[in-house]
Design a binder for this molecule. Structure first.
Ligand code: 13P
Length: 242
């Protein structure tokens, strides 16, 4: 799976051109979903354009709220996402953990909402620079993974995004990525009592120069791309390298 996370970027005109360009430039492979996560206010027009041009792009949301209570100003429920045929949702992104103070209990409720609406979750985890320096990456990732349950199986992808690599231009060493992804897969097997591997995407300053090498790693099953995905040509080329 190759995912574009636009974060809080873009405009209506950028969006229209981007969807058209990516849809015509990618050599689409059924086994590699190409997922577009625009800001929530663009989900409606994204869905319309995708349908109009019969694009192979799959739509993902950057947000989902867990509340069953409809008095939540600014909230976006799984039911609302369903109107735009949103197939994926990002949960646990480090920017939301930090700025919106999302902790494990909130994230668990969000996972429940996505599960109930049959929206596939891309569950983001990653350690800070300080934890990495103190050799605490694995212990920390384990605490982030521990909220997963067998209810999440069947529609769960993990995205490993070391916080220190997001938007910084810094890349994790390939041995480090391989080792951490291997650990995540192992932990998922233990926690969820499964034999098969959960797909693990890598994210954090992925670009055209490093995507091929990262994708060639055995334990990397795809990419979650932020800044570099805003350019349709770059993102299409990243997808075509997969
Ligand atoms: P960048 O690719 O801009 O580093 O962002 C990564 C990310 O956070 C994607 O979710």
């Amino acid at each position: 799976m190759i995912v574009s996370n636009w974060k809080m970027n873009g405009s209506q005109s950028h969006l229209e051109q981007w969807i058209k360009d990516v849809s015509s430039n990618i050599n689409y492979k059924t086994e590699v979903p190409c997922v577009f996560c625009p800001p929530a206010c663009y989900l409606d027009s994204s869905r319309q354009i995708i349908n109009q041009i019969s694009s192979k792009l799959r739509l993902g949301s950057q947000v989902i709220d867990y509340s069953q209570n409809n008095a939540l100003t600014g909230g976006i429920s799984a039911e609302i996402l369903g109107d735009f045929i949103v197939e994926y949702v990002l949960i646990g992104h480090s920017e939301q953990r930090e700025h919106f103070k999302e902790d494990n209990s909130i994230l668990r409720l969000k996972l429940n909402s996505a599960n109930k609406a049959k929206i596939s979750t891309i569950f983001c985890i990653g350690e800070s620079e300080e934890l990495k320096i103190n050799d605490q990456t694995k212990t920390f990732l384990k605490t982030q993974l521990e909220i997963l349950t067998s209810e999440d199986l069947g529609h769960l992808t993990i995205a490993y995004e070391p916080i220190w690599a997001i938007g910084t231009g810094l890349n994790a060493e390939k041995n480090y990525i391989e080792e951490v992804h291997g650990y995540i897969k192992e932990q998922c097997q233990l926690l969820l009592d499964i034999k098969e591997n959960i797909s693990v995407l890598y994210g954090g300053s992925v670009n055209l120069d490093n995507c091929e090498e990262i994708l060639s790693l055995n334990n990397v099953d795809g990419l979650l791309v932020g800044g570099a995905s805003l350019d349709s040509d770059t993102f299409s080329k990243i997808y075509n390298n997969s």
